[in-house]
Design a protein around this ligand. Structure first.
Ligand code: GDP
Length: 187
């Protein structure tokens, strides 16, 4: 049978490549780009010969992004979610160094609407900017905003690819989901 897949999505520059490197423990595995929007193609990372981490294109959604660009990202991603029967779970990455962004709230609402099982992984939990809210405050604000949209909050993890914070929690979560899928005879 097919190996189980987990997909990571998020805004460009959210820290997806860094997180994938952090989770897989291989700096050469995912390309970390300095410029936003470099993760254009789908990359499959085979982990321990037993499961895949799938790197989906980031949603750009700069203020200038066209309606067409957004629509094509949504179409593309939705097609992917529908067509992948090995897909177990999605990780929605949210930048913990920023206050709640509407596009991320929209994406979470959209996943819930499509009944795609997902968890939220906040990135950059280490990032402290002078005079700006802390990542802990940003996370709290995001959850509060999300609770106004969703009846049930998804599992949330606070991570830092710099410090490794949250790494074992996320890996443990993915392992338990794989075990569950295996017992249910899924992928
Ligand atoms: P991607 O476009 O989502 O793949 O993001 P990258 O992994 O390329 O990271 C985007 C930027 O965020 C880079 O400048 C990284 O150095 C920075 N970054 C990524 N992860 C972290 C983190 O855990 N903490 C901090 N402080 N910065 C991070």
């Amino acid at each position: 049978s097919k190996l189980p897949e987990f997909a990571a999505i998020g805004r460009s520059n959210v820290g997806k490549s860094s997180l994938i490197n952090c989770l897989t423990g291989n700096d050469k595995l995912a390309k970390v780009s300095k410029e936003p929007g470099m993760t254009k193609l789908i990359n499959h990372f085979l982990i321990n010969d037993t499961w895949y981490l799938v790197d989906l294109p980031g949603y750009g959604f700069a203020k200038t992004a066209s309606r067409e660009a957004r629509a094509s990202w949504l179409d593309f991603t939705k097609d992917f979610f529908i067509s992948r029967d090995a897909l177990v779970h999605v990780l929605l990455l949210v930048d913990g160094s920023l206050p709640p962004q509407q596009v991320d709230l929209d994406c979470a609402a959209w996943l819930a609407e499509c009944e795609v099982p997902f968890a939220i992984v906040f990135t950059k939990a280490d990032a402290a900017k002078k005079g700006a809210p802390t990542p802990a405050q940003n996370v709290r604000a995001f959850k509060k905003a999300l609770s106004q949209v969703l009846e049930v909050l998804p599992w949330c993890f606070e991570t830092s690819s710099r410090s490794g914070r949250g790494r074992s929690e996320v890996l443990g979560y993915l392992a338990s989901l794989r075990e569950l899928a295996r017992r249910n005879g899924g992928p």
